[in-house]
Design a binder for this molecule. Structure first.
Ligand SMILES: [Zn+2]
Length: 241
């Protein structure tokens, strides 16, 4: 039965859309292995959530638009096509990532978590920013680098990256900003949502119009909210066994 497409608002038969692109689950392991973050014998911890959450959200045309940005993100971020990778102590610099395409991909991910009715994304409420991002996505406008920037962090435990770990989005406050934190396949996405520019020191990490972006590499013990979740998870499993 035709229903309103969440992006273009046209009544149509909707596709069953992924909220989090499937390739994240399938390929993050390969990508981070390529970036030399995962020893090949790393043990895999239990997953927190099931993969492949889908929801009827988009018409065929809008689904195609999203899939083009996803394909680009896959080619660059996962397959490292056309991307120059440089390792620093606590970050990996990626050069040659198309600002417009990758930013639209990141915005589409943030927006999907807002419009989704799945309970996994309950904590995301972008308020008026949701509509602003919807209109930008509809026009294919990536906005400015300091509009809704995203910091990506590969989380390690004693130096080992675990790609099978997912944590639902949670909201935090940082320098007057709303920050949505979502862990997908061991990579933490932190989206800064607010009307004023984000803290300047983020600039070295977030995607810029010189087509550069860094992925921070951080030990879980330095990320308190994730350490807490990990401890709760361990305690719950210990009680079960
Ligand atoms: Zn549509």
């Amino acid at each position: 039965m035709p229903t309103l497409c969440a992006l273009c608002k046209v009544r149509d038969d909707l596709k069953s859309s992924h909220i989090i692109p499937e390739f994240f689950y399938k390929s993050m392991y390969d990508a981070l292995h390529r970036f030399h973050l995962i020893p090949s014998d790393s043990a895999k911890p239990e997953q927190f959530v099931q993969k492949g959450m889908r929801e009827k959200l988009l018409c065929g045309g809008c689904e195609l638009k999203f899939s083009q940005w996803e394909s680009y993100a896959y080619r660059t971020f996962v397959e490292a096509h056309g991307v120059h990778v440089t390792h620093f102590k606590n970050r990996i610099l990626l050069q040659g990532i198309d600002y417009g395409k990758f930013k639209l991909f990141l915005l589409s991910l943030l927006w999907r978590t807002d419009v989704s009715t799945l309970s996994f994304f309950d904590e995301v409420d972008l308020g008026p920013h949701g509509e602003r991002i919807r209109l930008a996505l509809l026009k294919g406008d990536p906005l400015q680098p300091n509009n809704y920037p995203c910091v990506l962090t590969a989380v390690t435990i004693d130096g080992v990256f675990f790609p099978d770990w997912h944590v639902p989005p949670t909201l935090a406050k940082y320098d007057g900003h709303h920050v949505y934190r979502l862990l997908v396949s061991g990579v933490l996405f932190m989206f800064f949502v607010g009307s004023h520019p984000p803290p300047q020191r983020l600039g070295v990490l977030t995607l810029n119009t010189k087509n550069e972006m860094s992925v921070a590499v951080e030990e879980i013990r330095n990320i308190p909210f994730l350490s807490d979740i990990m401890l709760t998870f361990k305690a719950r499993n210990a009680r079960k066994n």
